[in-house]
Write a protein of this length. Structure first.
Length: 303
């Protein structure tokens, strides 16, 4: 591999991580005036479906509609969008955006026990040590005076961990059973369309509908920007995984967390103390130890 190509891949990894890292802070801005999660998810998926649909049209590729693809799309819509986005929007209203970025880095840690449960991976002492390190880091975050705004906010920490668990399950399910014959863009487009169709009646029935003709402010623009960035970074990530390999592309997760903390500091003035930085070090060490070698890693957050 030439030096120019290595620099291109490294720059792409940084851009992807920095872009994806902004979505945690943008999500906190989006809920700042009380928008409900179902309304936010609906418009996020509308934007995502339009962008991905346009990409598919430009590629001259359609979207197969069969029993297996519909079942796959429904499952991924639930565990890849509806459930994790709901818990994210609920939790981020009560927790710092930088903390949400730290928690998303636990996806590989949670993916290991899920893989063991599915029988797709094997137990190992080094990886057990990784789990211990990672969960020790999460425990540190929950300590008084670390990152939570109040001791009672620990319940929101538990809610925030539902999203990473869903992403861990999603990655393992895709790794074991595939995508029903869909390519990566088709798969995420199908799941996005299903999530859009499911979230619309939920937004209307729950009173969380967001009127697009109403006055626009920072929350509405943050929602649009978050949706656009998420789709753009996903497409770039897929390209990077295909061009440089999935193991290299998976390192995006570290950049996402670091960038998320940086965006939260820049946009909201969040600052963390020594306990949180120790927690980050423990989580990163845990991820490095638990990640299997020579195998396809769990997709980066947002896949």
């Amino acid at each position: 591999m030439s030096g120019d190509r290595r620099r291109l891949y490294a720059a792409t990894l940084l851009v992807t991580g920095i872009g994806w890292g902004s979505t945690q802070a943008l999500g906190k801005i989006a809920v700042s005036t009380g928008h409900g999660h179902f309304g936010l998810i609906f418009w996020q998926t509308v934007i995502g479906a339009l962008l991905l649909g346009g990409l598919q049209a430009s590629r001259g590729r359609g979207l197969p509609v069969t029993g297996p693809t519909l079942r796959f799309a429904l499952l991924i819509a639930l565990i890849g969008t509806l459930i994790p986005n709901t818990t994210f929007y609920i939790a981020v209203a009560h927790l710092p955006a930088g903390l949400m970025s730290i928690l998303i880095s636990t996806v590989p840690l949670l993916a290991f026990p899920v893989a063991l449960a599915l029988g797709t991976d094997r137990f190992g002492g080094t990886r057990l040590l990784g789990l211990i390190c990672g969960f020790a880091g999460v425990t540190l975050i929950a300590q008084p005076g670390a990152a939570l705004p109040a001791p009672a906010a620990a319940v929101w920490l538990a809610v925030a961990m539902v999203g990473p668990l869903c992403y861990a399950a999603e990655g393992n399910i895709v790794a074991k059973w595939g995508t029903a014959g869909l390519d990566p863009v088709q798969a995420i487009l199908a799941a996005t369309i299903v999530a859009m169709l499911v979230s619309l009646p939920l937004a209307l029935a729950s009173g969380q509908w967001i009127d697009p003709t109403g006055p626009w402010g920072a929350p509405e623009y943050a929602l649009i920007l978050s949706a656009v960035v998420n789709v753009a970074m996903y497409v770039v990530y897929v390209w990077l995984a295909q061009a440089a390999g999935a193991v290299f592309a998976a390192q995006t997760g570290y950049v996402v967390t670091a960038a998320g903390i940086g965006w939260a500091a820049l946009l909201m003035g969040e600052r963390f103390g020594p306990l949180v930085w120790l927690a980050v070090a423990l989580i990163f060490a845990g991820v490095a130890l638990v990640q299997p070698r020579g195998r396809r890693p769990i997709p980066a957050p947002g896949d």
